[in-house]
Design a protein around this ligand. Structure first.
Ligand code: NAG
Ligand code: NAG
Length: 362
C-alpha cells in the first residue's frame, strides 16, 4: 500500500513536470511489476526495499524528466543561443524570406518521426533522406544557414549542440525577428541516424489538402483542430511556388476575383512552376495575423489555406484570430512548444551530429 502511495506521489511529481510519457511508464509499472512486487513485500523487509525502490525511482525520474529543458545548454554551451540568434538575424537581414524557410524546416523536421534533425540529412549512395520527398523537393531551404550555425557552434562547443535543437531555436528566432511572438524553446534533443522518405511523403500536409485532411494530419501528431489553425498562421510569412496554387487561382470559386487575377500575372496556366507569390500578400515578411484576415476575405493563397475558412467548422476560429492577434500569438506559441516536443531523441538515443548533413562517421 505504501508503494502505491509512493507511486501516486511520483505521478503527481511527474505531472508537475508534465512528462506524460513517464506517467504512462509509471502506469505500466504500477499495474504490473511493482504491484506484484508490493504484494510480495513482507512487512519486515519493507523499509529496506522501500528505500531501494525509492532511489531507483528517483534515478529513473532524473533521467526521464531531465529530457528537454530551456536551460539545457546554459552550462554545456552558454553561448549557443546567442550564436544561433546572431546567425538567424544575419540571414534574415540578407533575405527576409529566410525566416519562413527556417520555420518550415523545423515543422517538416518535427512532423516526420519527431524533431530529430532528419530533414537535414543529405542523400548519399547508400542513404536516402527526406529532401526529395514531395513536400520537400524544390521547396525546403535554409540548409546553408544551418551549416553556418553548426560550424560556429562546433568551434565553440564541439559535439554539444544538436542539429534538431538548432532547427527549434532558429524557428523561434525567425518568428521573433519578423515581429512575431516568443516562447520558451525546450532543448536537449539529439539527432537521428535515420530518415524516412516515405513518412515525409505521407505525414506532411499538402497545399491541396481539404479541411478534413488537415485536421487528421495534425491530429495524428496530437494537435487539435484549433491548434492546427493556429500553426497554419505560419503562412503569415513565406512564399509558395506557382505550381502549388495554380489550380486555385484558375479554377476555384471561393477566391476573391481581383486577388486571383493579380496572381495569374506571375503564375501562368502552364509554365512558370517555380514563380513565387507571398503566402500573405498584405505584409508577407511580417509575422502578424494578416493571414487570418486574408482568409476571411477569400484571399488565401493555397487551397489548404482557404479550407480553414470555407463555411466549415474552423470559420469561427479563423474569424477570432483575424480580430485578435494576441490570442493568435498566445495559441501559436503554445502549439510551437508542442510541435517541438514531438518524439525527441534524448539520453543515449541518436547522436549529436558534427555535420548536420551527415550521420557521424559516414
Ligand atoms: C481547370 O479545370 C479544367 C477542367 O477540369 C482543367 O482542364 C484544367 O487543367 C484546370 N486548370 C488548372 C490550372 O488547374
Ligand atoms: C458560405 O456560404 C454562403 C451562403 O451559402 C456563400 O454566400 C458564401 O460565399 C460561402 N462562403 C465561402 C467562404 O464559401
Amino acid at each position: 500500500m505504501r508503494m502505491e502511495l509512493l507511486i501516486t506521489a511520483l505521478k503527481s511529481f511527474v505531472f508537475i513536470n508534465s512528462a506524460s510519457s513517464l506517467i504512462s511508464l509509471l502506469d505500466r509499472l504500477s499495474n504490473s511489476n511493482i504491484l506484484i512486487f508490493s504484494i510480495s513485500l513482507d512487512r519486515m523487509a519493507f523499509s529496506i526495499s522501500f528505500a531501494t525502490f525509492f532511489f531507483a525511482f528517483l534515478a529513473l525520474l532524473a533521467v526521464v524528466v531531465a529530457q528537454l529543458s530551456p536551460n539545457y545548454y546554459s552550462s554545456l554551451c552558454p553561448t549557443a543561443l546567442s550564436i544561433i540568434k546572431g546567425a538567424v538575424s544575419n540571414a534574415i537581414s540578407q533575405e527576409r524570406r529566410m525566416g519562413a524557410s527556417l520555420l518550415r524546416l523545423h515543422f517538416h523536421d518535427c512532423f516526420v518521426n519527431g524533431c530529430d534533425g532528419s530533414i537535414l540529412l543529405d542523400d548519399t549512395t547508400g542513404f536516402t533522406g527526406e529532401k526529395t520527398a514531395f513536400p520537400n523537393a524544390n521547396s525546403v531551404r535554409g540548409f546553408d544557414v544551418i551549416d553556418t550555425i553548426k560550424t560556429q557552434l562546433e568551434s565553440k562547443c564541439p559535439g554539444i549542440v544538436s542539429c534538431a535543437d538548432i532547427l527549434a531555436v532558429a524557428a523561434h528566432d525567425s518568428v521573433v525577428a519578423l515581429g512575431g511572438t516568443t516562447w520558451s524553446v525546450q532543448l536537449g534533443r539529439r539527432d537521428s541516424t535515420t530518415a524516412s522518405l516515405s513518412a515525409a511523403n505521407s505525414e506532411l500536409p499538402s497545399p491541396f489538402s481539404d479541411l478534413s485532411d488537415l485536421i487528421s494530419a495534425f491530429s495524428n501528431k496530437g494537435f487539435t483542430a484549433k491548434e492546427m489553425v493556429a500553426l497554419s498562421g505560419s503562412h503569415t510569412i513565406g512564399r509558395a511556388r506557382c505550381t502549388t496554387f495554380r489550380t486555385r487561382i484558375y479554377n476555384e470559386t471561393n477566391i476573391d476575383a481581383a486577388f486571383a487575377s493579380s496572381l495569374r500575372k506571375n503564375c501562368p496556366s502552364a509554365g512558370g512552376d517555380d514563380n513565387l507569390a507571398s503566402l500573405d500578400t498584405v505584409m508577407g515578411d511580417v509575422f502578424d495575423n494578416d493571414y487570418f484576415k486574408n482568409l476571411v476575405s477569400q484571399k488565401g493563397l493555397l487551397h489548404s489555406d482557404q479550407q480553414l475558412f470555407n463555411n466549415g467548422s474552423m470559420d469561427s476560429q479563423v474569424n477570432a484570430y483575424s480580430l485578435n492577434s494576441a490570442t493568435f500569438f498566445a495559441d501559436f506559441a503554445k502549439a510551437m512548444v508542442m510541435m517541438g516536443n514531438l518524439s525527441p531523441l534524448t539520453g543515449s538515443s541518436g547522436e549529436v551530429r558534427t555535420n548536420c548533413r551527415n550521420i557521424n562517421g559516414s
